[in-house]
Design a protein around this ligand. Structure first.
Ligand SMILES: Cc1ncc(COP(=O)(O)O)c(C=O)c1O
Length: 434
């Protein structure tokens, strides 16, 4: 890029995005947001000037760096975390997996509380989601509840590390091995979280990530699926790229060196491999501009992880004094979460309701969120739907939905915001402390 253009982009960044000054009570405290500098603008513009635009060398660069980071062999970029989940589950329906291939009617164990697109691919593939309750402290499904959900029809476990909090992975892996189950880790909220000192995502047969701005790093929109299994990788690419059998990168031809040498299905011999379809696929690729921005964000990940962990710790320490009012989050032994948010669940019998405190905080410009959809089964889309199984009464999911909310810990929150958050909570709670 020409030096003058570089300088003018840097200047643009300085003018348009001056360092924010925090004014307590006036400046909003969001739950999440993009944190970036001129590097993201420079990389994004470089990808535009490159003139390629669809998935290209920036995407390849990101995939390589992400594989190195996670220690997994294959990375497939997609246009969202939801797309990542969709192709992750769909890939397991590929015929190459023989008896283990997912088919309509097979059961997939998932958690009742969370984000809908962790669950939707199960329904979209004609499989049966089996919903288990979430724990009030970890907000994850427990090992006991997962064990209870296993039946002869169970083929997979697909669930999120809720709010970045690692699942009981060791136990899940044992179950997966014992019952020959696939394990898909939804790490959309958990990039940077560790379990036994390894990044989450490196444990399951597949793992998914989201790069929407709320997440640990962003591309605007974007996602990824990772796996070390070459057959899964091939199926992922097929589902992502229109269902085609051909594995050429975008813009490349004849990687297999026999483009006109295949005979598949009932097609004429030598039919162009580029247009042979072995899956009912989609097009879920991203653009090189997104990948370029992602590359700059990836460099900032260690700093972002530390900031989230420090913010979480400071809030945890603060809320110890209010334990009588709130259930705070706990994590598995040997895990080190990179938290997505700081969640509080109001205890039964507390002298205020979720709406009382959430309205108060929002009035003070401190943003709050529910644990996404809460108990998904209560939503119009899932209510009374057939082809689903539920384990138990989902009492915790209902409680989290009724009495839970979370506030931000993202790197845009620093000491001044934390002090303000703490002061507002103290002001609200003081009158109830006797
Ligand atoms: C656990 C989980 N899975 C999947 C998604 C979907 O990601 P995206 O918004 O990129 O589609 C989200 C979104 O925040 C999420 O929290």
């Amino acid at each position: 890029m020409d030096r003058r253009l570089r300088e003018s982009i840097k200047q643009h960044f300085k003018n348009k995005f001056p360092p924010p000054k925090f004014k307590p009570g006036i400046t909003p405290v969001p739950v999440s947001g993009k944190v970036f500098d001129e590097q993201e603008l420079l990389k994004g513009v470089a990808a535009v000037l490159d003139g390629w635009w669809t998935e290209g060398h920036f995407a390849q660069g990101f995939e390589k760096a992400f594989a190195k980071l996670t220690g997994v062999r294959y990375v497939t970029l997609v246009n969202s975390g939801s797309s990542a989940n969709l192709i992750a589950l769909s890939s397991l329906t590929a015929k190459v997996f023989g008896e283990r291939a997912l088919k309509a009617g097979d059961e997939v164990i998932t958690a009742a509380t969370g984000f809908p697109t962790t669950v939707n691919p199960i329904l979209q593939n004609g499989c049966v989601p089996v919903f288990v309750d979430n724990d009030l402290e970890t907000k994850n499904a427990t090992l006991t509840s997962i064990k209870k959900a296993i039946s002869v029809k169970t083929k997979a476990i697909m669930m999120a590390h809720t709010l970045g909090n690692p699942l009981p992975i060791a136990g899940i892996l044992e179950l997966a091995q014992k019952y020959k189950l696939w394990f898909i880790e939804d790490c959309c909220d958990a990039l940077g979280s560790r379990y036994k000192n390894k990044l989450v995502g490196a444990f399951g047969h597949l793992a998914t990530f989201s790069f929407y701005p709320a997440h640990q790093i962003t591309m605007g929109e974007g996602g990824a699926v990772i796996t070390s299994n070459p057959l899964i990788f091939r199926a992922l690419r097929q589902f992502r790229d229109w269902g085609r059998d051909c594995w050429c990168d975008t813009g490349k031809d004849n990687t297999c060196r026999r483009r006109f040498g295949w005979q598949m299905g009932e097609l004429p011999a030598g039919y162009d491999h580029k247009y042979i379809y072995s899956q009912i696929g989609y097009n879920l690729k991203l653009t090189d501009m997104q990948a370029a921005i992602g590359l700059s964000q990836l460099r900032k990940l260690p700093r972002f992880v530390k900031a989230r962990q420090n913010n979480f710790k400071e809030l945890s320490d603060f809320f110890e004094q209010y334990e009588r009012f709130f259930i705070c989050s706990k994590s598995e032994p040997e895990s080190k979460p990179c938290w997505f948010g700081f969640m509080l669940v109001i205890r039964d019998g507390a002298p205020f309701t979720r709406l009382d405190i959430v309205n108060y905080l929002e009035d003070k410009h401190i943003a709050t969120r529910s644990l996404f959809g809460g108990n998904l089964l209560r939503h119009p889309a899932y209510l009374k739907r057939s082809g689903m199984r539920v384990i138990g009464q989902l009492m915790n999911s209902d409680k989290i939905m009724r009495d839970g909310f979370w506030i931000g810990v993202y790197p845009g929150i620093g000491k001044p915001q934390l002090s303000y958050i703490k002061k507002c909570f103290s002001d609200f709670l003081e009158k109830f402390v006797t």
